[in-house]
Design a protein. Structure first.
Length: 307
């Protein structure tokens, strides 16, 4: 018998199958502890999420209860389904509730167009143009982010009242056309700075000026930042109560937040069921916008470097 014949045969594995790797007891214990930590973390997140969403669930359930049972029956259990709060709330005020949603839609549409046009142009100027006092003006613009809206509301009201704009939508829309939302200007500036300047130089070699570079080169690449601005503007303007309360005193001009407030003081007894029902109706547009624009929102925030 030769030496080659006396050696033990080597173990072979079946073709297409990787050899099994024996895990040590330490690795098994580590993977088990990692699974336990993951389960505990998800359980905590679920509990915290339920606590945060509980008021919304309670409002949904309360909108389906009779008005006299809303505060008598605690919890989220429904003994009966009552839709009268929605039918009564829709026509409880001077106009159908859809009238106030149309008013809010007009203000929201004007605010979105104003922010997209003015803030994008101001951001391009700060990011690409060179002019005297650029850093100073940019710093002043950033300081306005820390300035509360309530500080300037009195002089603004005096100005708009002198030109006869009180009780119209103009005080809520016109400031958006002047790039007064410094947050969106800063967001777009950060996004434009991430676009290579070689694109601008190539367009300039072809004879394009700043307007054409902005419209043909920069603006098409700013879609994530523009989508983020649109979503935030929609949510903030749709939920704005203070500005609409100050400038709109005619019930025909009320927006959704002011109309919801009318359910409390329009009658001697507050109709809580109708108030909750119309609150749920007013949340649907915000929910749909956030649902369909979530991926643009995340992409826009991530690409601008804002955490």
């Amino acid at each position: 018998m030769t030496k080659l014949q006396s050696l033990p045969a080597a173990k072979t594995t079946e073709p297409g199958k990787a050899p099994r790797r024996r895990e040590s007891p330490g690795n098994l214990a580590f993977s088990r502890s990692a699974r336990i930590k993951g389960l505990v973390k998800h359980a905590i997140l679920i509990v915290v999420g339920l606590v945060m969403i509980y008021p919304l669930l309670w409002m949904v359930v309360s909108s389906l209860r009779p008005n006299d049972l809303i505060f008598r029956e605690p919890g989220l259990w429904l003994n009966s389904l009552d839709m009268t709060n929605y039918t009564d709330g829709w026509s409880a005020l001077t106009h159908p509730f859809g009238h106030y949603m149309i008013n809010s839609a007009i203000v929201v549409l004007g605010s979105i167009v104003g922010n997209l046009v003015s803030c994008s142009m101001a951001a391009y100027a700060f990011a690409r143009l060179q002019f005297t006092g650029k850093k100073l003006f940019f710093g002043i613009m950033l300081l306005t982010i820390m300035l509360p809206f309530h500080v300037v509301i009195v002089p603004q009201y005096i100005l708009f009242s002198q030109i006869g704009w009180v009780n119209t939508f103009w005080p809520l829309i016109v400031p958006k056309l002047l790039a007064t939302d410094a947050f969106f200007v800063f967001l777009m500036v950060q996004f434009i700075r991430g676009i290579p300047k070689e694109l601008d130089e190539a367009a300039r070699i072809d004879g394009a000026g700043h307007p054409r570079i902005f419209l043909r080169v920069i603006l098409p690449l700013m879609v994530p930042a523009l989508a983020t601005t649109t979503i935030f503007t929609f949510i903030w303007t749709w939920n704005d109560f203070f500005g609409a309360l100050i400038y709109l005193t005619d019930p025909d001009m009320f927006t959704v937040p002011v109309a919801l407030r009318a359910f409390v003081d329009s009658q001697s007894a507050t109709s809580w069921g109708s108030l909750f029902a119309m609150s749920i109706v007013s949340l649907f547009p915000v929910f749909l916008v956030f649902l369909f624009g979530q991926r643009f929102l995340i992409k826009g925030i991530a690409t601008t470097g804002i955490k």
